[in-house]
Ligand binder design. Structure first.
Ligand SMILES: Nc1ncnc2c1ncn2[C@@H]1O[C@H](COP(=O)(O)OP(=O)(O)OP(=O)(O)O)[C@@H](O)[C@H]1O
Ligand SMILES: [Mg+2]
Length: 203
């Protein structure tokens, strides 16, 4: 990334668009505090990520940021409910099962709580992944090609949930995508090229 300056807003969906290799995943990793810039700053709620200690970073990644990936990344030996519950357990939360179940209900998969990932369709796996990403009410939802491995109908259902993550949970949603449908649901579209922001379009 070079010379990128942008503010991602709470309650809004921002789409990162551009050819393979233009830097979308790199920017997501910077926004998710998974990577750090060699120069410049990434501020989350006003704090530079590079200034955070290990403990603060872990807490931020665990509870302040939700991640959704193209290939779902569910733990294969855990049930849908356990996958959603895991971030709560890691954070030492209370009433973890009830909270996880509530999120599964939100993605309309309460009836699949005891299913293992291989027993679910791709769209269902991604809904579980979204429930997991939102179980802590994160301030930021980072989604890297969330519909890239789904058929149109399943992809549309995922995009509706992603929109609601912004409107109901107030998350700043940052989504990298190659899909026109996904770009269409965004409030702001950032077109990238060779590590630069080429244009910004706000609906
Ligand atoms: N850790 C790294 N160090 C150096 N270069 C990297 C690193 N990670 C990615 N790159 C390079 O940075 C560029 C941007 O990669 P990135 O994965 O962000 O692109 P992308 O827009 O997400 O592409 P795609 O659409 O294929 O997912 C690529 O040229 C890649 O090889
Ligand atoms: Mg990428």
């Amino acid at each position: 990334m070079r010379g990128v300056s942008f503010e991602f807003e709470a309650g809004k969906v921002t789409a990162l668009l551009g050819r393979s290799g233009c830097g979308k995943t790199t920017l997501l990793n910077l926004c998710g505090a998974m990577d750090f810039p060699t120069s410049g700053e990434v501020l989350i709620a006003g704090k530079p990520t590079a200034a955070l200690g290990d403990r603060e970073l872990t807490a931020l990644r665990r509870t302040g940021i939700g991640f959704v990936f193209q290939f779902f990344q569910l733990l294969p030996s855990l049930t849908a409910l356990e996958n959603v519950e895991l971030p709560l357990l890691l954070a030492g939360a209370k009433n973890t099962e009830a909270k996880a179940l509530e999120r599964l209900r939100w993605v309309e998969l309460e009836h699949k709580a005891n299913s293992l990932p291989w027993q679910l369709s791709g769209g269902q796996m991604q809904r579980v992944a979204i429930a997991r990403a939102l179980v802590h009410n994160p301030k930021i939802l980072v989604a890297d090609e969330p519909t890239g491995n789904l058929d149109t109908a399943s992809g549309d259902a995922i995009l509706k949930l992603i929109r609601r993550a912004a409107s109901e949970f107030g998350a700043a949603v940052i989504m990298a995508t190659h899909s026109g449908e996904a770009a269409d649901i965004a409030d702001t579209r950032i077109r990238m090229r060779d590590g630069l922001i080429q244009s910004v379009e706000t609906a």
